[in-house]
Design a protein around this ligand. Structure first.
Ligand code: ZN
Length: 274
């Protein structure tokens, strides 16, 4: 099995971060805050967070804050809209619940109703979709299972049924796909793996083969991780590859929390004050 190219990935992330003003960054402006999360979390898992100017990052992130708050986006049926334009999706339920839990402000929303809405998106295959009746998808399953874990509501999940659906996502190469008949993709190392861990069924997949698939997706010369071997790398897949390896307990990586998608040390500090 190849090795994780830690130094090269750090160099790759720092180079992307410095490209703030080029054409691609301006066009992708709406994704830039996500990029900061993917980049910083990867560096932290690799134990290299000191490589960035933290004051500079914090002041940039604070510029993105609006006056309105998350709780105002909860709808009467318990669902959440993504923004003032009103699109409803269980992704937004997860983001609202995760963010408010990190700020210790879950009391600002109707948690019971939020859980009820997520449960209404459960399908007969044990998975979850973006709205009631929508097809099961691994990304959505992570959002729903993660939100249920954070709110102490995992008893709503049929763990054996969902565990089967999730472990069937592993293909011959060891990689995981997001839905039946789709190609494997490194980002599903996160969506599928974290869900399997949260429901206690991670031993149902071949973890060693999955780790090899992720390592095969590295650009061993310039750093970064791609969706599949030999594709172009990006920060999104670099984060999910490294986060997946952390869930697989790859040596030298900080452990990441499967529900909060943040290093365990951060979750302990923010939520438990430890
Ligand atoms: Zn992907």
């Amino acid at each position: 099995m190849g090795e994780l190219q830690v130094e090269k990935h750090v160099k790759y992330i720092l180079a992307v971060e410095k490209r703030k003003d080029d054409f691609e960054s301006v066009v992708m402006e709406h994704l830039r805050l996500n990029g900061v999360y993917w980049g910083l979390t990867t560096l932290d898992i690799l134990g290299k967070l000191d490589a960035v100017d933290q004051d500079e990052v914090i002041s940039w992130v604070m510029q993105c804050q609006h006056k309105d708050d998350i709780a105002g986006l909860q709808n009467e049926d318990g669902s959440f809209s993504g923004d003032m334009w009103g699109e409803v999706d269980t992704r937004f339920s997860y983001i609202a619940i995760c963010s408010l839990a990190l700020m210790r402000q879950l009391d600002k929303i109707d948690v019971g109703n939020a859980v009820k809405y997520i449960v209404s998106c459960k399908n007969v295959d044990g998975g979850f979709g973006c709205t009631p009746g929508a097809e099961s998808h691994a990304g959505q399953i992570f959002c729903c299972v993660g939100a249920l874990a954070i709110t102490g509501s995992l008893h709503h999940v049929d763990k054996d049924l969902l565990g089967w659906w999730l472990c069937e996502r592993q293909v011959k190469s060891g990689g995981l796909n997001g839905r039946p008949e789709k190609l494997p993709d490194v980002c599903y190392s996160w969506w599928v793996l974290s869900s399997l861990i949260l429901i206690g069924r991670v031993h149902w997949i071949d973890k060693e083969k999955l780790a090899k698939f992720i390592l095969d997706c590295q650009d061993k010369e310039k750093g970064g991780i791609s969706d599949r071997p030999d594709d172009a790398v990006d920060v999104f897949h670099t984060y999910f590859g490294v986060a997946g390896l952390s869930l697989l307990e790859y040596p030298g990586l900080k452990p990441i929390d499967p529900a909060y998608a943040l290093p365990v040390s951060v979750v302990n500090k923010v939520i438990l004050g430890k």
